[in-house]
Design a protein around this ligand. Structure first.
Ligand SMILES: Nc1ncnc2c1ncn2[C@@H]1O[C@H](COP(=O)(O)OP(=O)(O)OP(=O)(O)O)[C@@H](O)[C@H]1O
Length: 256
């Protein structure tokens, strides 16, 4: 059974249809990434999947007792109320020192960071602390909403390497939203391209070469992506679609 699935999910916001008939799922052990332009409904989809928004149509199914570790896009912490990392990690409930140290180590931070105020951390450290807090939940599923926003390229790449390690160590599923198209393509097992509805989905190779994806992100993107994870060596038919078989083991489809 999938950890989480959406079945024909539609969501209206302020009377406007922002998600239209979305079908998707995430299994344990896989990294699924949602890409799409600004305002295409990515955060709305995540919020609906984790139960923060009720779908107007369709159904969300979660595995029984599913534990979700959520890393938000950003988090505002009032600088006038300094909060040490230790206290932040204790939200919503405290954990023993060993668990905290292990979680921090898993995201590449030392225990010493616990004494620092959250507002004194660098962007990369801050996001790692958010990730450490999510790990402390012992999640079946990690949900990351643009968790690398504001990080430079090395910081972004390092963050996704940690996510990849965590997927193996925790044996969890990972669902993320990202604008880091290049890294996403190398770090994901499946990519979902969203623009209110699912334009196309499948392995990174299938999505990167889909006309629906290229229409949204530009023709140049495909060439750049090819540098990262584009192992097959045949020539592409200029107008093939997501159903094209790249012999990568996973299928994909497009939905207009
Ligand atoms: N709280 C809200 N109330 C009403 N409408 C909202 C709300 N949040 C988002 N929307 C609208 O829903 C649509 C989808 O927004 P959403 O934030 O899900 O897109 P996104 O793909 O995550 O965008 P971005 O890449 O800019 O983060 C947008 O038109 C947005 O204006």
């Amino acid at each position: 059974m999938a950890l989480l699935s959406a079945n024909s999910v539609s969501v209206f916001r302020d009377g406007r249809l922002v998600l239209d008939g979305v079908d998707m799922s995430v299994d344990r052990g896989e990294i699924v990434t949602i890409v799409g332009p600004n305002g295409s409904g990515k955060s709305t989809l995540l919020e609906t999947l984790i139960g923060a928004i009720r779908p107007d149509r369709g159904k969300i199914r979660r595995a029984p007792r599913l534990r979700i570790g959520y890393v938000p896009q950003s988090l505002h912490i009032d600088p006038s109320m300094p909060m040490p990392v230790r206290r932040f990690l204790a939200l919503p409930h405290p954990h023993d020192r060993l668990s905290r140290a292990r979680a921090l180590a898993q995201v590449g931070l030392s225990e010493a960071v616990e004494d620092q105020p959250m507002t004194g951390l660098s962007g990369g450290q801050f996001q790692r602390v958010l990730l450490a807090r999510a790990i402390l939940m012992e999640p079946d599923l990690l949900v990351l909403d643009e968790a690398t926003r504001g990080l430079d390229q090395p910081g972004t790449a390092a963050f996704y390497e940690i996510v990849e390690d965590l997927r193996q160590v925790l044996n969890c599923g990972v669902l993320m939203v990202s604008h880091d198209l290049h890294v996403v393509m190398s770090a994901s097992d499946r990519v979902i391209c969203l623009n209110g509805h699912i334009c196309c989905h499948g392995t990174p190779e299938i999505v990167a070469s889909a006309p629906e994806y290229r229409a949204l992100f530009g023709m140049g993107t495909r060439g750049t992506l090819a540098l990262y994870r584009h192992t097959h060596d045949h020539a592409h038919d200029a107008d093939h679609d997501c159903d094209h078989d790249h012999s990568q083991g996973d299928g994909g489809h497009h939905a207009g």
